[in-house]
Each structure stands twice: as structure tokens, then as C-alpha cells.
Ligand binder design. Structure first.
Ligand SMILES: NC(=O)c1ccc[n+]([C@@H]2O[C@H](COP(=O)([O-])OP(=O)(O)OC[C@H]3O[C@@H](n4cnc5c(N)ncnc54)[C@H](OP(=O)(O)O)[C@@H]3O)[C@@H](O)[C@H]2O)c1
Length: 297
């Protein structure tokens, strides 16, 4: 819940102006929290008519964008995925300007897919990146593009993002019949409150000179699909869907859905929580889903 993140966060210095490229699901939540903490925030969306769009940016469309959006900007957050060629859309269009302005902090939202398959073992920021999916190979290439600009950058690697309106509650409402089970398979997750909360925490630490370059943002409890969906079904007070084995379910899965089951890893948040001292608002899917349930319709 927005109020909870704001309550547990330090306010941002006056004159903080944040540009968020890609004000989608996470971007909008980060924007709301940062505004409540005193920052001026501008968000891009691909269509200015979309909710929460302060300016329009679509890398596929060459429309002119006024450079005045960069006036007095202190912080940049990019939530835009790589384009089909593996280029970063923000750097491609604005790289030259970004290098010229005196930025205090830049956050790039990446994915833990860059680690690849660890056969259910833990990964941390020092683990070798060995992406197997095309989209994760492109993502790693974008991380490197951002690193090459020599900005005050932090790369934030995220596992499955969930929160109100996008959680196991919606998933089970859409498919009441089956839950896919693959023995030994776990997924790490992060609730959007903790994406926003940890970003504010990292921005404040960065201004105090604590500047790690890559941080995993994940909760404490990687868990399997059936466990999470069972909890969601119980919250909704609906009968438990039938368990279907992965071998059977995979035959009807889209290639993208199947690809998520091809890698297995647990994402460690030791850097974020133990070394950098961030206190998770939702340390596991139970706390996160209880929060989603409050506004579920
Ligand atoms: N969803 C997950 O579970 C997950 C997990 C790990 C990492 N990530 C990554 O973390 C970031 C934030 O995730 P999210 O789920 O909050 O993303 P999201 O809701 O899909 O938002 C993505 C944003 O990028 C914008 N965008 C996409 N393609 C663009 C383009 N070609 N040009 C300009 N803008 C473009 C979208 O514009 P519109 O607002 O107009 O749609 C949207 O604002 C993304 O990079 C995502 O890939 C996601």
C-alpha cells in the first residue's frame, strides 16, 4: 500500500526532480511514492492519453520530444525493456543528453533473468550472468549500455513483479481449473511496494556515498507456483484448482509462458536487506497477497 511505503521511507531532498522513462505498472507506483515524499516526477508513456503520462515517448515513433523535460532533472529511472534489436530505447534516443546533465542518481530496472538457470540454487549479485533466453541476453546487453555511459548508475535486478491488480489472485480468477506443478521449481518475487520503497532507500544511501553498482530486489521467500496459488485460492475462498503436472501443461503453454519454467533459481536479497539495511514491507508472498486482497475486485 502506498501509504505504508511513504510512512516507512525518508523524504527526498527538496529540488529532487525525477524523470521516469516507462511509467507503466512499476513506474507509476514509484512516481506516486516519490511525489508523496516531496519530489517532482515526470513519467513517460507511449501515448500521452494513457493514465499518468506526463510526456510521450515511444522509441518506435520518431516524434520530437522537448528537451525541456530534462531541465533541472536530478534523478532518472528507466523501466523500459530492451527493443527487439537488444538496444536500450532510452539510451538510443537520449544517451547524449544524459551524459551532459549533472545527475545525482540513475536507476535501471533490469531482470534476474540475466543470471540464467541455476538449477534451483541461490544467486547473488556476484553470480556469473549466463542468460539463456533471448530477452535476457538483450537485457544484459542493455545493462552494459547503461554501464558504459559512466553515470551515477545502479542496476536493479528484479524477479517476478506483482502487486494490486497483477497477482496470483488475478491469475487464479482467470484460470480456476488447474495449477501447474513442477517439482523443485521455485520463483522469486517482489511486490511493487518494495520496488518503490527500496528505490527510495537506495537513492538516499547513494547521496550518503553508499553506491553499490548492482542490487537484486527480491523478497525473502522464493516459492513454488502451487504454494502461492493455493494461498490465493484460500484468500478468495474458492475451491483449490486441480494440480496439473508440468509435462502435461507445457503442451498447451505459449512459448513465453514455457520459457519462464525453463530456468530455476532463488534470488538472494542479502545485499539489499542485510548489507544496505532495507526492511521489506512484504517479506513473502503471503504478506504481499494479503495486501493485494484488500483492493481485489
Ligand atoms: N513484469 C515482471 O514480472 C518483470 C520482472 C522483472 C523485470 N521486469 C522489467 O522491469 C521493468 C518494469 O516492469 P513493469 O512490469 O512495471 O513494466 P510495464 O508495466 O510493462 O511498463 C513498461 C514501460 O515501458 C514502456 N515501454 C515499453 N516499450 C517501450 C518503447 N518501445 N518505447 C517507449 N516506452 C516503452 C511502457 O509504455 P506504456 O506505459 O505506454 O505501456 C511502460 O510504461 C521493465 O523493464 C520490465 O521488463 C519486469
Amino acid at each position: 500500500m502506498l501509504e505504508e511505503v511513504v510512512k516507512s521511507s525518508k523524504s527526498l531532498p527538496s529540488r529532487t526532480k525525477i524523470l521516469i522513462f516507462g511509467g507503466g505498472y512499476s513506474g507509476q507506483h514509484i512516481a506516486k511514492v516519490a511525489r508523496a515524499l516531496g519530489a517532482k516526477v515526470l513519467c513517460s508513456r507511449r501515448n500521452i492519453k494513457n493514465i499518468g503520462a506526463d510526456f510521450e515517448f515511444d522509441s518506435e515513433n520518431k516524434a520530437l520530444i522537448s528537451e525541456t523535460i530534462f531541465d533541472d532533472v536530478t534523478h532518472i529511472i528507466s523501466c523500459i525493456p530492451p527493443n527487439k534489436l537488444g538496444q536500450d530505447p532510452v539510451i538510443y534516443r537520449f544517451g547524449k543528453i544524459l551524459k551532459k546533465i549533472p545527475l545525482k542518481w540513475v536507476g535501471y530496472l533490469s531482470t534476474t533473468g540475466v543470471y540464467g538457470d541455476y538449477k534451483g540454487e541461490w544467486v547473488n549479485e556476484n553470480s556469473i550472468t549466463c542468460p539463456t533466453q533471448e530477452r535476457s541476453i538483450r537485457r544484459l546487453s542493455c545493462e552494459r549500455e547503461w554501464q558504459s555511459l559512466n553515470l551515477p548508475l545502479q542496476i536493479l535486478r528484479l524477479p517476478g513483479i506483482y502487486g494490486p491488480g497483477r497477482s496470483a489472485l488475478e491469475a487464479i480468477k482467470k484460470n480456476k481449473n488447474t495449477m501447474v506443478h513442477k517439482p523443485g521449481q521455485v520463483f522469486s518475487r517482489i511486490h511493487i511496494d518494495d520496488i518503490a520503497g527500496s528505490i527510495i532507500h537506495l537513492i538516499n544511501l547513494f547521496s550518503d556515498g553508499i553506491t553499490p553498482k548492482i542490487i537484486n530486489i527480491a523478497d525473502d521467500n522464493p516459492a513454488n507456483n502451487v504454494e502461492v496459488l493455493t494461498y490465493a485460492a484460500n484468500l478468495l475462498k474458492i475451491p483449490l484448482p486441480r494440480i496439473e503436472s508440468f509435462e502435461i501443461a507445457t503442451k498447451n503453454m505459449s512459448p513465453i509462458a514455457r520459457s519462464f519454467w525453463q530456468e530455476n533459481r532463488k534470488v538472494s536479497n542479502t545485499t539489499l536487506c542485510n548489507i544496505l539495511g532495507y526492511n521489506l514491507i512484504h517479506s513473502d508472498y503471503k504478506s504481499g497477497l494479503n495486501d493485494c486482497f484488500k483492493s481485489f475486485s
